[in-house]
Design a binder for this molecule. Structure first.
Ligand code: HEM
Length: 431
């Protein structure tokens, strides 16, 4: 991350598409605490962040130090080749002022454009006024962009009546997710007005990004909950080696490829006629923290483990087949095998893009690993994606259910991409 110093916060904010009409100088920010610190962030935002094409991102997973272009028709972090690490944060909006919220989103956009390009927030981490906290927290100095992507989403509560005048704009697809049999949801770790998914190949880069956005939001937003993910459990690049989840199985074999524009258009990106024009080019995100009963799993025989998924552990091939990529023959699997119940053929064609991460948050008070899958799915319409699949898994007693428990849940409307330096996260929603 380079420590480029901006010259003149006023000019910077104007360049950011009116992040503020009369941006204060660096000096006048003194005493504001964290709020407003990103105002200078926009200065080089337009200059440094490149524009993506319509489909997936041009940056291959192998190029782990590179920058993923920030600007594009769709937000990065969805079709992007899955990075190794995750820091996912859900925020409560604490301000009641719609104008303040809009200002925050503009400031976040400017800071995100810089951080994804490998640059510091605002005037950097050092070299400024000795009396003021630096604009950037500094822990990503010297690190590469690491394919950092920042993806924002808006939760149902943001659209509540009497808050920000958005009640008429809540998409039907942004529904309140029902409680499924077996769910044991912790409200303190669920939901949220906003979310930011930070993915990068370097954990410090992802954590730095969330930390700095949280800092910019001080006084206007507060982190409600957050989740670190240390290993991807899905792949959007079919030619890459499929990662393994905490149960030791290849995960993400049959997923939508980030370069399959036809499948992305059909199953992931919201279309013009889908009912909420401001969401065109966006997607819907469902996040579920799924705890695994690791110790029970580790005492389970190999045959049972393979029966649970309907795939073998070594190669990842479906039952009766030799290779991972062979087409599954569902009837050869046990009726309650996870793959059989989750497959589109069992759910009226429902197809999702999975982008989850393994997590381990130490141990619980009983010495058991507090570990599992932070499941993330993107889809064009939750009613034709996550909902039918999860209903099938929960109601038809997925064999996996004995070894897992869903402990948190959230849904977000992920708006389309930021087109250029004059655009900002959520512009179409608030206009
Ligand atoms: C801890 C929980 C879970 C684990 C460990 C897990 C693991 C796996 C594994 C190993 C596969 C086979 C390889 C592959 O094609 O990716 C798979 C497939 C799949 N899973 Fe999961 N999964 C979990 C939860 C879920 C949930 C909650 C959903 C959706 C509601 C889901 C949807 C799918 C789908 C759609 C497939 C592909 C089926 C196909 O087309 O063959 N999984 N999962």
């Amino acid at each position: 991350m380079s420590d480029t110093t901006d010259t003149g916060a006023g000019t910077a904010a104007e360049t950011a598409g009116g992040a503020t009409s009369s941006a204060p100088s660096r000096r006048s920010l003194l005493g504001w605490g964290g709020a407003g610190l990103a105002l200078g962030a926009a200065a080089a935002g337009g200059a440094v962040a490149a524009v993506r094409g319509d489909g997936g991102d041009a940056v291959p997973a192998a190029d782990s130090g590179a920058a993923v272009p920030f600007y594009g028709v769709h937000q990065a972090g969805i079709a992007t080749a899955v990075q190794d690490r995750l820091h996912f944060a859900a925020f409560d909006v604490t301000t009641k002022d719609r104008g303040e919220l809009i200002r925050l989103l503009k400031e976040w956009t400017a800071a995100a454009a810089r951080m994804t390009a490998g640059q510091t927030v605002g005037e950097g981490a050092y070299g400024g006024l000795a009396e003021a906290p630096p604009d950037d927290t500094g822990e990503a100095l010297g690190l590469k962009p690491s394919r950092l992507t920042l993806t924002i989403g808006f939760g149902p509560s943001l659209f509540a009546k009497g808050r920000f005048g958005l009640e008429g704009k809540r998409p039907e697809a942004l529904l309140d997710i029902e409680k499924f049999p077996g769910d044991n949801l912790d409200p303190a770790r669920s939901d949220g007005d906003l979310c930011v998914q930070a993915c990068a190949d370097d954990p410090q880069v992802a954590v730095h990004a969330i930390r700095n956005l949280a800092r910019i939001g001080m006084g206007r937003t507060a982190i409600r909950w957050s989740q670190l993910g240390f290993g991807k459990t899905s792949s959007t690049t079919p030619d890459a080696q499929t990662p393994r989840n905490m149960m030791g199985f290849k995960d993400g074999t049959r997923n939508i490829s980030g370069t399959d524009t036809a499948a992305l258009d059909k199953h992931v990106w919201v279309g013009e006629k889908d009912g909420s024009p401001w969401m065109t080019g966006g997607s819907y995100l469902v996040a579920r923290r799924i705890r695994m009963h690791i110790e029970t799993w580790d005492r389970t025989g190999l045959q049972e483990q393979e029966d649970v998924f309907g795939r073998d552990k070594g190669e990842g091939a479906p039952v009766g087949k030799a290779k991972e990529r062979d087409e599954p023959f569902l009837k050869a699997m046990k009726p309650n095998a996870h793959v059989r119940l989750a497959h589109p053929d069992s759910n009226g064609g429902a197809t999702i893009l999975r982008r989850g991460y393994s997590f381990t948050d130490g141990t619980d008070g009983l010495g058991r690993l507090e570990a599992g899958l932070f499941f993330i799915a993107y889809q064009r319409d939750v009613r034709k994606g996550f909902l039918p699949v999860q209903r099938s898994l929960a109601r038809n007693k997925d064999a996996l259910n004995e070894y897992i428990q869903h402990v948190s849940s959230a849904i977000f409307a992920v708006p389309p991409g930021v087109r250029d330096k004059d655009d900002w996260w959520g512009r179409a929603l608030f206009s």
